[in-house]
Structures are given as C-alpha cells and as structure tokens.
Design a protein around this ligand. Structure first.
Ligand code: ARG
Ligand code: MN
Ligand code: MN
Length: 355
C-alpha cells in the first residue's frame, strides 16, 4: 500500500501527473470502544488508541475510503457491580457499555457508514451486532476467533462476559439465558443459521453442546487444515449468503491469528491462523461487497512483552481491517488508471519546472 501511494506521490511531485479521481470504495465510521470489564486482564482498553496510532485512518484513506471517526465512547464503571451468581463479573458495567455501543453502531450504520468497532474485549460483540441489527435486521455474522464465545451466564467457567457474547444474540438460545442485571434491554437478533465461526481451537464443553445441538456452522482450525482456507470461505458464503445477498457483520478477535504473530492478547491459543489465512478471509469478505460492520477486538498492548510484539499485533489488526475494506495483495484498481506517456511526462515536467 505505502509502495503504491509512494509511487503515486512520486509521479505527482516529479511529473506533475495526477491519476484520475480515485474510486470511492467505502464510507467508514470508526468507533473506539476502550473497554475491558468483559474479562480480568486490564490493558485491552488501550486497543483503540494502539490501532489508531498504527495509522488506521491513513491506511483506509489511502484505499479510497471516506473515513469518519466517531472518537472513543466513554464508559461508566457501575459501582457495587456484584457478580451474578457469584460467577459472572461486572454484569451491569458490561451491560451498560453494550447498551451505549448499540446506539453508536446503529447510528454509524444509519448515517450510511460501514461501522468499524475497535475493542476493547469481545463482550462488545453484543452491542456491535445488536446495533448493526437495528439498522439491518437481515444481517449475518462471521465470527473469526480461537474461541466461540458461546457460554451462557450459567455455563461460563471463567465468569468472563467476553466468553459469552454470542449466547445473548442467538434467538434459539433465549430460554437458556437468565436475566442478568444490566442486560434487560437486549433482544436476540440472529438465528443459529445466520452465524459461521472460523478459527476455533478452544471450545468449552457447553459451547460444543450448543454448536452441535443448535446446528451452528463452524470451521475450526481442523477444518481449515482439512479443507484449506479457500473452501472454508466458499462454504461460509454458501451457507450465509447463497443467492440472496445480505449484510455481513465480521467480528474478528485478534486471537484467531496464531499467537506467534499476534501475541499481545489476553487469551492466546497456539495453533492459529497464519497471516495469509487471516488476510485471505478479509479479502474474500471484502469481495462479497456485503460487509456492513466489523469489530476488531482483544488487542491488549499491556500484554506485549516488547515493542516488536506490540507492533506485530497492532499491524495485523490494521491489516485485517484494511484488507476487509479493499486492500488486496494482487494490487487494486483505481490506484493507477492510466500510464503517463513520454509526451505527457515532458509537458507536465516543463510546467513543474517553470513554477
Ligand atoms: N473473547 C475471548 N477471547 N474469549 C475467550 C473465552 C475463553 C473461555 N471460553 C471463557 O468462556 O472464558
Ligand atoms: Mn472472542
Ligand atoms: Mn478469542
């Protein structure tokens, strides 16, 4: 990308030569969600800042996206937020955060943007999908993650709500979900058939029960190995989109990528997606033309053992977003629409020199 931009800038400076107006790819709305109460390791609230500092806006603008930054949401820590059932931590704080995220995502999509939510922990998936669904009730969800985040408040062994968001979203599961303080506003908004997982490799017993008994489609790392990422994506789209196009919500947990590549995250699991598999997923989702909102969550700068680890993780996060928004390894149209000829080069060079 920077090579391409560098080339264009060089042509502009040296030759006074301008390519045709770049094609506008997307109008995107960025929402920062610096939130960590869905799990116990502080630091993941620094995700939005780290991802922005790595140049997200510039990368997206360079792709031709029109970027609108809604800034960071400010979340309230509810006092006396006692655990539900002595297990589930910070229910009121997590519930309230997701309520305001719902509004923010709904507004961004309502304003005509493709919503990009920067987490924060994955409990934020509740509000992001919920807010998206308020505008696009026919959406489907691709959840790229080492974990399926499908525990209910009654099955969670960790008590962390970032391991439970999907259970609040699926209609068929609702008679299994207790009423949690802080969560009364939620209405489930997807069916089990509207969801596909990619990258799973750490699934709890109750989560496996749900995957199997509710007919949820998933491609664990085993299927990625067996089929290859190309077939995984083909089958994902066959299942979710088929002939009837519909909006896609991509919820990307950075721990889907192998921890040797993206180590700064709270629940790393060995044996993850390669960089190339991660980018292939993002490229193919972009190619559907149906991406309407996405999440990039669980980047925890405080868990990086060095600057290299932090940069590696954050750069992958920016790459996943950029590839989902149209960056392509083969290069892309609209960057260079015509080549300068010797005569146009000469003429514009003269002009530049005279100025
Ligand atoms: N978003 C995540 N990183 N989730 C990890 C969840 C781990 C575990 N299954 C749990 O319920 O606690
Ligand atoms: Mn997750
Ligand atoms: Mn995960």
């Amino acid at each position: 990308m920077s090579l391409q931009r560098g080339f264009t800038e060089l042509l502009q400076k040296r030759l006074g030569w301008f390519p045709k107006q770049r094609r506008l790819v997307h109008s995107v709305g960025i929402i920062g969600a610096p939130f960590s109460y869905g799990q116990k390791r502080r630091g993941v609230e620094g995700g939005p800042r780290a991802i922005r500092d790595a140049g997200l806006t510039e990368r997206l603008s360079g792709l031709g996206c029109k970027v609108y930054d809604y800034g960071d949401l400010s979340f309230t820590t509810v006092p006396n937020d006692t655990p539900y059932n002595n297990i589930v931590h910070h229910p009121r704080t997590v519930g309230l955060a997701n309520q305001s995220l719902t509004e923010a995502v709904s507004r961004a999509v309502g304003d005509g943007h493709l919503s990009i939510m920067l987490g924060g922990d994955h409990s934020l998936g509740i509000g992001s999908v919920h807010g998206h669904a308020q505008q696009r009730p026919d959406l489907c969800v691709i959840w790229v993650d080492a974990h399926c985040d499908l525990n209910t408040p009654l099955t969670s062994m960790s008590g962390n709500l970032h391991g439970q968001p999907v259970s609040f979203l699926i209609r068929e599961l609702q008679d299994k979900i207790p009423s949690l303080p802080g969560f009364s506003w939620i209405t489930p908004c997807i069916s089990a058939k509207d969801l596909v997982y990619i990258g799973l490799r750490d699934v709890d017993p109750a989560e496996y029960y749900i995957l199997k008994n509710f007919g949820i489609r998933y491609f664990s790392m085993k299927e990625v190995d067996q089929l290859g990422i190309r077939k995984v994506m083909e089958r994902t789209f066959d299942h979710l989109i088929g002939k009837q196009k519909r909006p896609v919500h991509l919820s990307f947990d950075v721990d889907a990528i192998d921890p040797s590549l993206a180590p700064a995250t709270g629940t790393p699991v060995i044996g993850g997606l390669t960089y190339r598999e991660g980018m292939y997923i993002a490229e193919e989702i972009h190619n559907t033309g149906m991406l309407s909102a996405m999440d990039l969550v669980e980047v925890n700068p405080k868990l990086a053992a060095s600057d290299e680890e932090l940069n590696a993780t954050v750069n992958i996060a920016v790459d996943v977003i950029s590839f989902s928004l149209g960056q392509a390894r083969e290069g892309s149209h609209g960057k260079c629409d015509e080549l300068p000829t010797p005569s146009s080069t000469y003429a514009t060079n003269e002009q530049t020199l005279r100025l």
